[in-house]
Design a protein around this ligand. Structure first.
Ligand code: GLV
Length: 327
């Protein structure tokens, strides 16, 4: 085999199709420990690599970026990119990219899975069946809420929020949404109504968050917002943990200020904030919004295509910092 001029490092093993595609152009190595790299391991691993394929939890601080002495691109295997210091990478002439578009369906389906898990208390039902004997069947046993016809409030109608809204049509749900600006085509297609956050919180039965983590969205949902919601409301978060004040959520669920919540993301990942585990009206998942085989293959291929473009001297198709001057 002839030696390839470029060396790509992948910070966690990804599905094979992306590795195969990269290997057509580059030498590929990846983290084989099957765990997240520590900051020190990351710094050592990125040295002398021409491109890095990174996970959303790998923090590319200026210190880590200083160790990317040869890297032309850091391609995130994620749509979120708050782990990447954009100004610092731009200053160092490193392109950054993400994987938008390919995980909309998987993430929206995760939000729906959480909605039904909370509304019908699936985890408790599963637990009782695992004991080997059902409870005595009762007309009042495990009563939940129906979803069909209820009002859905979508906070952030970007790609994933819009996928969520389209799926809601099947459940005949009136839909409210917030976004930077109204989306006339989406409204025409789905009947969704653009509104302000307070109205959405007050009128919705199910509220699903699909906004990015930015300084402006930190603690978007805190005590005052939880108090605006209906006592029957269900809150879903598959976006980022920082959008909800977790202590306020624990308070709201303990005191039945809202009926329930389903969360796939946490404020201090990989840790689950103490207190959450005690709440029977909460369903949790370990940040698996995009975890379908099809989606993970497509995320890998998207990240690989961003890398290959840069190594060919082109702009990555999903560039986050087109102004980066290449080394
Ligand atoms: C996962 O959270 C992602 O941003 O893709």
């Amino acid at each position: 085999m002839t030696a390839k001029p470029y060396h790509v490092y992948i910070t966690r093993k990804i599905p094979q199709p992306a590795i195969d595609l990269l290997e057509e152009h580059c030498t590929v190595t990846y983290n084989e420990i099957e765990d997240a790299l520590t900051p020190e391991q990351l710094k050592a691993a990125v040295r002398d690599k021409d491109a890095i394929l990174s996970m959303f939890y790998d923090k590319f601080t200026p210190e880590v970026l200083d160790c990317c002495n040869k890297a032309k691109i850091i391609a995130n295997f994620a749509v979120g990119f708050e782990n990447l210091d954009i100004p610092a990478a731009t200053e160092r002439g490193i392109y950054l990219s993400n994987t938008p578009g390919v995980l909309n369906i998987a993430t929206a389906e995760t939000a729906w899975a959480l909605i039904f898990a909370v509304a019908r208390n699936i985890p408790a039902m599963d637990a009782v069946c695992r004991t080997g004997k059902m409870d005595s069947w009762s007309p009042f046993g495990y009563l939940g809420q129906e979803i069909t016809g209820k009002t859905l409030g979508v906070i952030g109608a970007g790609r994933i929020g819009s996928a969520m809204i389209r799926m809601a049509k099947g459940f005949a749900m009136p839909i409210l949404y917030t976004a930077h600006s109204p989306k006339p085509e989406l409204e025409q297609e789905t009947g969704a109504i653009f509104t302000d956050l307070d109205t959405l919180l007050q009128k919705s039965d199910i509220i699903s968050i699909h906004a990015p983590a930015t300084p402006e969205t930190k603690y978007l949902i805190s005590k005052p917002q939880l108090e605006m919601m209906k006592p029957t409301a269900i809150l879903i978060n598959t976006a980022r943990g920082q959008l909800i004040n977790t202590q306020d959520l624990i308070w709201a669920l303990e005191n039945k200020v809202i009926a329930g919540a389903g969360i796939d993301v946490f404020e201090n990942e990989p840790y689950v904030t103490p207190g959450l585990e005690k709440l029977s009206n909460l369903v949790m998942a370990p940040h698996i919004g995009s975890a379908t085989y099809e989606t993970r293959v497509n995320m890998g291929l998207t990240a690989a295509r961003n890398i290959i473009a840069v190594l060919k001297g082109e702009m990555p198709p999903n560039c986050l910092n087109p102004e980066a001057k290449q080394k």
